[in-house]
Design a protein around this ligand. Structure first.
Ligand code: ADP
Ligand code: MG
Length: 231
């Protein structure tokens, strides 16, 4: 909890109250699994991180001014070691073109999540003026807008409630392993909903929090991207 507090206190000095992957430490503090990754501010450092991480990596622009990174070409998936330095420059250039005065914190170099066997889900929280903190669960990626397949519970959520959330969305059969797919790690999703619920209960200043996507594979879950607003 102290580690999380430190991360959130750093926000208070900023003019901006939005945070992205630079706040992944919050997840770590609450035991929510995520892919290996680091934020760097030089191409050679990006290269060093990519070499440490086995296989291709994902690279993302990190800026509080860029909320939807892929919209501006700020996410590069499947980057090989020898492309890392060039990709770093490309991402910075795209961000500068998009908004010349954007506050660029660097580039995140991240381990690839297994999207072949995994499903992109969303776990989120929004403070409702009437009900207070509402936890949200749904299918992520492109599905979330198309299907609007989401479900809500007032936080804090019990294990039973979190499990119900994973069972009651329309696309639940997909997570259970429809059409010969391996079932996703539902326990991992349930635990993530509960842990995020705990985090936002501990820090009422967090107004919104989205893990999108939380990739759920048969072997576990990984929070690949986050976005939050702090009051
Ligand atoms: P944003 O939501 O700001 O556009 P994301 O980090 O969510 O940025 O990346 C956009 C998409 O890129 C994700 O929904 C996912 O499909 C893919 N992606 C991002 N990071 C990874 C990763 N580590 N492994 C596999 N796919 C990823
Ligand atoms: Mg995202």
């Amino acid at each position: 909890k102290d580690a999380a507090r430190e991360i959130l206190e750093r926000v208070e000095d900023r003019s901006d109250n939005r945070l992205g992957v630079e706040a992944m430490g919050l997840l770590e503090a609450y035991g929510i699994p995520m892919p290996d990754g680091e934020i760097v501010d030089a191409p050679e450092d990006a290269r060093a991180v990519a070499e440490r991480i086995d296989g291709d990596v994902v690279m993302k622009i990190v800026s509080p001014d860029i909320l939807h990174k892929s919209d501006i070409g700020g996410v590069a998936v499947g980057v090989a070691d020898d492309e890392v330095a060039d990709t770093y420059e490309t991402l910075i250039t795209r961000a500068r073109n998009y908004q010349p005065d954007a506050n660029l914190l660097g580039v995140q170099v991240q381990e690839m999540a297994d999207l072949d066997s995994g499903t992109e889900t969303i776990v989120g929280m929004n403070r409702d003026p009437q009900f207070g903190p509402l936890m949200m669960f749904g299918l992520g990626g492109i599905f979330v807008e198309v299907l609007e397949d989401t479900t809500f519970r007032v936080a804090p959520v019990s294990e039973t409630e979190a499990r119900e959330m994973t069972e009651e969305i329309k696309t639940a059969p997909l997570l259970r392993g429809a059409r010969g797919r391996d079932p996703a790690d539902l326990d991992g999703i349930v635990e993530t909903i509960q842990r995020l619920s705990q985090l936002v209960a501990d820090f009422p200043a967090i107004m919104e929090f989205d893990i999108n996507p939380l990739v759920a594979t048969p072997d576990g879950v990984a929070a690949v991207d986050i976005r939050l607003t702090v009051d």
